[in-house]
Design a protein around this ligand. Structure first.
Ligand code: ZN
Length: 217
């Protein structure tokens, strides 16, 4: 699995630095004028058969960034989980790649913040309105991050378009709503963003005012 891909020129130099002897490098793919370098990839597998037909890829849930993504498939996956394993926390469900593919820990916190969903609510207790919001936010936030170098909080220029020049020079905490922003004021309400290490499987960043526990409808 790819943790990070950087691009170098065809001599293996990234921004003028030779990375060929860098111990973090796991893979380098050379093309005519570019080199893709993978740093710190935790798992690297090669196969003679189509990996899409092998585990774990064949068990992945719907990928919201695929061109053939169908939101009904994701709706069905979430519905099945609610029906069969309703005590799962929503924060943990979003990281289950067999339910939906592609949500890492950063996107988990960002999606739940933008959906105004408490991360620690069990999925059987999520309102149908919240599920609908989630179904909109999951592809939207993933696509936004994909298109904007990982930024999930965007700045728009005077004409309403994403200001990508500004985006490149912004600080990390300006590019995200809550992720790794514990202790900072919430961009929407000003409350202090909370970092939680205990209540779900992985660290979660959230705003207790914007993401209140809503009674099921
Ligand atoms: Zn807030």
């Amino acid at each position: 699995m790819t943790k990070k891909i950087e691009y170098a020129n065809n001599s293996g130099k990234e921004n003028g630095i030779d990375v060929r002897n860098d111990s973090r490098v796991r893979l380098m793919i050379f093309t005519k004028d570019k080199v893709a370098v993978q740093f710190n990839g935790p798992i690297l597998k090669f196969s003679f058969v189509n990996p899409a037909n092998l585990e774990p890829i064949m068990k992945l849930g719907p990928d919201p960034l695929r061109s053939d993504f169908n939101i009904d498939d994701l709706d069905n996956q979430i519905y099945q989980r609610i029906k069969h394993n309703g005590t799962t926390l929503i924060a943990d469900l979003l990281l289950d790649q067999t339910c939906v593919a592609g949500i890492g820990n950063k996107y988990k916190s960002e999606i739940l913040f933008l959906s105004k969903i408490n991360p620690f609510v069990t999925i059987k207790d999520i309102s149908s309105n919240s599920v609908r919001t989630l179904l909109q936010q999951i592809p939207s936030v993933l696509y936004s991050g994909y298109m904007n170098s990982g930024a999930t909080r965007l700045v728009h220029n005077f004409f309403g378009k994403v200001d990508n020049d500004n985006n490149n020079t912004r600080r990390w905490s300006d590019k995200h709503w809550v992720f790794r922003s514990g202790g900072r004021p919430c961009w929407k309400c000003g409350s202090q963003i909370v970092t939680d290490y205990k209540l779900s499987a992985r660290v979660t960043f959230w705003c207790s005012k914007c993401q209140q526990w809503i009674k099921i409808d």
